[in-house]
Write a protein that binds this ligand. Structure first.
Ligand SMILES: [Zn+2]
Length: 163
């Protein structure tokens, strides 16, 4: 039977979004080299947009690329690609697949869920187990969708003040 390990979704992980920090005024003073988020240091990178000013990016601690958003997985901040996880919308598809799979199996039984006359008992019990498995899988996806992400604690690490 295709059992898969529990995996959270990106939305379930604590995340930091550079745009949200900017909106909160995090970058209004001086030049910032790094942020300390939940006691972990995240390096920042800057680019200079054509219209002036300065744009901040996170540097993914794992792949070292510039990122707008990072996620915390097992105590480490990393970008979406580095987590190897999906957004919930992608998992919804999986939930639908699980329910569809369950419906396909149920269609092999009598409409009240009993064993068709021609079916062997071991086959019937295996089908019941598989139906239960797909129901559990669908329930698990539903429960995951109700989790709320936690808010991060962010501390500025200021390299120097004033431009
Ligand atoms: Zn990365």
């Amino acid at each position: 039977m295709p059992f898969s390990a529990y995996r959270p979704h990106l939305e379930d992980l604590p995340s930091v979004d550079i745009r949200r920090l900017k909106a909160k005024g995090m970058f209004s003073v001086g030049q910032i080299e790094a942020l300390e988020v939940d006691s972990k240091r995240i390096k920042l990178s800057t680019t200079k947009p054509k219209y002036g000013g300065i744009r901040y990016w996170f540097v993914c601690p794992q792949c070292l690329t510039r990122r707008v958003c990072l996620y915390r997985l097992r105590g480490h901040w990393k970008c979406r690609e580095c987590t190897g996880l999906q957004y919930r919308s992608q998992a919804y598809d999986k939930q639908s697949q699980a329910l569809l799979q369950k419906a396909r199996l149920e269609a092999k039984l009598e409409s009240d869920g009993s064993k068709p006359k021609w079916m062997r008992w071991p086959t019937y019990y295996r089908l019941l187990e598989e139906i239960e498995y797909y129901q559990d899988l669908a329930d698990q996806r539903f429960l995951e969708s109700r989790k709320m992400p936690t808010m991060e604690k962010v501390k500025r690490i200021i390299k120097r003040t004033g431009y």
